[in-house]
Ligand binder design. Structure first.
Ligand SMILES: C/C(=C\COP(=O)(O)O)CCC[C@H](C)CCC[C@H](C)CCCC(C)C
Ligand code: CDP
Length: 286
């Protein structure tokens, strides 16, 4: 096998990250990526200073993401917390923490391609880990039973959905923000709180609990509303007056539908709840 030793596996990930960042940077420098929108609706060139800012922001976020996963993995390995909790903490906080940092990127429309490289690199890390050709500690940290192949399930779907939402919606549309908040905080807190407070209040015929469903709904609603307000505060997002007036009701409704779907025993809930949140956000929030 070409990538046999752990150091060569890390080298493949580092090489992929470097190539992806270089490719986006060169494409931007050659003028193929759009700059900021001008008032009249025209798009300005992607200036060198903005390209440097976006490249720096993406590299910083990639490093912070690596450290965040490592700290959680380390805590589980040292048995300071259960592996199931460290996995769900990574699940709950990765996307929201990343979205909190989105205002660091410039106003250039091309900034989203730099931002998308961060989850894309993690998708490749997870793929390599799942085939046994990557970081064994990462595979252990994000899998349910410790089987490396599971990194290609929920975690792989999670980073892939992040990549797609960034490229398709980015921070100037509520759709990506609500979809990622539902996937991360909703599904993550349902497990973290459902396991703790769900004894004795399981839904009939299911292993899942009313407490978990309430945690999903509240976590998804509050995280979506918090991050939407955060983007509005930083002028990254503008909501129409009609959406603003009904925002709580719409977001709470989307979270409720996703929380109910999470209970259904078919499909991987990472994509069932994400697709529901995405479609409903396009219909009611765009
Ligand atoms: C553990 C994960 C999903 C598990 O799904 P399930 O099986 O419980 O249904 C999520 C995996 C996330 C990934 C390893 C790391 C993603 C990092 C992210 C792209 C960047 C975060 C940056 C920020 C600044 C912390
Ligand atoms: N709505 C929910 C969801 C999960 N949970 C708890 O979290 C555990 C794992 O949930 P899950 O099978 O959906 O986990 P993932 O498939 O998201 O990893 C369940 O066995 C329940 O103990 C809950 O109590 N209520």
């Amino acid at each position: 096998m070409a990538f046999a030793s752990p150091s060569s596996k890390r080298f493949v990930v580092a090489l992929f990250a470097l190539s992806s960042f270089s490719l986006v940077t060169i494409t931007a420098l050659l003028g193929y990526l759009p700059g900021p929108q001008a008032l009249e609706g025209t798009v300005l060139p992607y200036a060198f200073t903005l390209i440097a800012r976006d490249c720096g922001a993406a590299i910083l976020c990639a490093i912070l993401g690596y450290v965040f996963v490592k700290v959680n993995t380390h805590a589980a390995e040292k048995e300071w917390m259960k592996p199931s909790d460290s996995r769900k903490l990574i699940h709950t906080f990765s996307a929201p923490l990343y979205m909190l940092l989105w205002p660091v990127f410039s106003t250039a429309e091309g900034a989203k391609y730099f931002a998308a490289v961060v989850p894309l690199v993690n998708t490749v890390r997870l793929y390599l880990a799942s085939t046994g050709n990557g970081e064994a500690s990462l595979a252990r940290a994000v899998s349910r039973s410790g089987n490396a192949k599971e990194a290609l399930g929920g975690p792989f779907i999670y980073t892939l959905i992040m990549t797609v939402c960034i490229v398709a919606f980015w921070r100037d549309s509520p759709t990506g923000i609500v979809t990622l908040s539902t996937l991360a905080a909703g599904d993550g807190l349902a497990d973290l709180l459902g396991r703790r407070f769900g004894t004795g209040n399981q839904w009939p015929g299911l292993e899942k609990s009313v407490a978990g469903t309430f945690a999903f709904w509240a976590g998804s609603t509050l995280t979506s509303l918090g991050l939407l307000s955060w983007m509005v505060y930083w002028d990254c997002l503008a909501l129409s007056a009609s959406v603003k007036g009904a925002l709580f009701g719409i977001v709470a409704g989307i979270s409720l539908v996703a929380a109910i779907l999470e209970l259904l025993p078919f499909g991987d809930d990472n994509y069932t709840v994400s697709i529901a949140a995405l479609v409903l956000s396009i219909i009611y929030l765009q």
